[in-house]
Write a protein that binds this ligand. Structure first.
Ligand SMILES: C=CC1=C(C)c2cc3[nH]c(cc4nc(cc5[nH]c(cc1n2)c(C)c5CCC(=O)O)C(CCC(=O)O)=C4C)c(C)c3C=C
Ligand SMILES: [Fe+2]
Length: 422
């Protein structure tokens, strides 16, 4: 692993990975060296360092990291008013997160090693699972910068609660939060285990305000990935920003040192919207209507009037009945051509939370976007969509939040260190 020390305070030798521990114990094997998976009959396919994403680096993982298949997103309210208690929690979270993203237990031997008379400090359900490309990404909400922790002067100018958009139907219980943590992994149990253990250790300092599970990514964030489909059956993420385009990321995602608060340089903003998709209504719409609403064809994902998925979106091209891409089509209204060059990095997930008690699926898109300035990028884009998008007949925004995500951690740093110590 190229990940540096296991904990900010401790040595790199802190422990066996979850899978190595099982291998060594199960077969009485001797570890053969870094990265080895030894004597373990239950080794998950694909396990190995390839499924560890580095926790530290210039930017946080989980932003341009090729989108994993599963997500567990949580927003916390900080319940203490003691700044030092909050810092202590952030340090503990950093230790645990670095361990879990490396495929280790949240604490060393925490599932069984704390003694028979203590609740285990790792809940155990990921013991025999690989790291599964787990990433944990933290963000700080506008409410954290009130008068509780002495952070008011460090509040970034662009970190404002999002305005009310036309037709928003927001549930306050699904909005806001002082701190968010996004867990993404290729195994749902690994993502859920990570959030569960971070929430557990926060008891008395922070409590869960809301959370959302997501299955099935709805975006590609790398050209190496095939474009997935959303619950309306359309390819989603075709015209997304991609990791392989660093100039575009510099322009539209990463906060520059001239932009805002110094602690946020190299960071970004995360916008989350829980968007209910009215599945039954959509399923009654004819294909022609569905394609006109999106502005792309359903099978290939090509812009209407074109043939292939990655053909250029040409808003001017016309057929006998007018523009190929209708004036109310989703992709037209969200495009950089229409919005004067505005772009965002989308990284959302499909969700289905059963049915709503009226026989309708409670399903949709947990929309996540990363951008350099939400007031100048997400807000005008969403305003345009809320006003004119044909998709509005089939969706409803029910949750909303925005967070400032600090840059990646250097060796020895804890989450939020540059905010609290600058
Ligand atoms: C405010 C930003 C956006 C919201 C909210 C949003 C919701 C949303 N989108 C789809 C389905 C598709 N979106 C597509 C493209 C697309 N969407 C946005 C922004 C928001 N979408 C952008 C910036 C783009 C790219 C536009 C462009 O320049 O071409 C597509 C087409 C495929 C693709 O390029 O990704 C689909 C399909 C749903 C269903 C939805 C809410 C539930
Ligand atoms: Fe979209």
């Amino acid at each position: 692993m190229s990940d540096g020390p296991i904990t900010p305070s401790g040595p790199a030798s802190a422990g066996l990975s979850r899978r190595r521990l099982f291998g060594a114990v199960g077969a009485g094997a001797v570890l053969a060296g870094a990265g080895a998976v030894v004597g373990r009959s239950t080794a998950p396919s694909g396990s190995g360092d390839a499924d560890v994403v580095a926790f530290r680096g210039e930017h946080q993982a989980g932003i341009v990291t090729p989108a994993q298949d599963r997500m567990h997103f949580v927003a916390f309210d900080v319940t203490t008013r003691d700044r030092n208690e909050l810092i202590a929690l952030l340090k503990t979270w950093t230790d645990m997160s670095q361990r879990m993203t490396a495929g280790l237990e949240a604490t060393e031997n925490g599932a069984t090693g704390d003694g028979a008379y203590h609740p285990p400090s790792d809940t155990g359900e990921a013991l025999d699972l690989a790291a599964s490309r787990l990433t944990l990404t933290i963000g700080f909400g506008p409410s954290l910068f009130d008068d509780r922790f002495g952070l008011a002067d460090s509040k970034p100018a662009a970190l404002e609660d999002l305005p009310h958009f036309p037709a928003d139907n927001l549930d306050p219980a699904r909005c806001g939060g002082d701190i968010a943590i996004q867990a993404c992994a290729d195994d749902p149990q690994v993502a859920v285990h990570a959030i569960r253990n971070l929430a557990r250790v926060a008891f008395g300092t922070a409590s869960v305000r809301w959370s959302q599970l997501g299955f099935g990514r709805t975006s590609s964030t790398s050209t190496t990935q095939a474009t997935p489909r959303n619950l309306f059956g359309f390819k989603d993420g075709t015209n997304n920003l991609k990791a392989e385009d660093p100039d575009a990321l510099t322009e539209s995602v990463w906060v520059a040192d001239t932009d805002d608060q110094p602690w946020l340089t190299g960071g970004t903003y995360l916008v989350a919207r829980r968007i209910r998709m009215l599945i039954e209504q959509w399923d009654r719409a004819v294909l022609n209507e569905q394609e006109a609403v999106i502005g792309r064809d359903k099978r290939e994902g090509a812009p209407l009037g074109k043939k292939a998925e990655f053909d250029e979106l040409d808003l001017e091209s016309k057929g006998p009945d007018g523009p190929f891409i209708p004036v109310t089509a989703h992709v037209r209204l969200a495009s950089e051509q229409h919005l004067g060059g505005i772009r965002i990095l989308r990284r959302g997930y499909n969700f289905t939370d059963g049915s709503d008690g009226l026989g309708h699926l409670d399903a949709g898109l947990f929309f996540i976007a990363f951008c350099r300035n939400p007031l100048e990028q997400f807000v005008p884009m969403q305003l345009e969509l809320a006003r004119s998008d044909a998709l509005n007949e089939y969706i409803q925004h029910v949750g909303s939040a925005v967070f400032a995500c600090p840059p990646g951690l250097r060796d020895g740093e804890y989450w939020g260190q540059r905010l609290f110590e600058s």
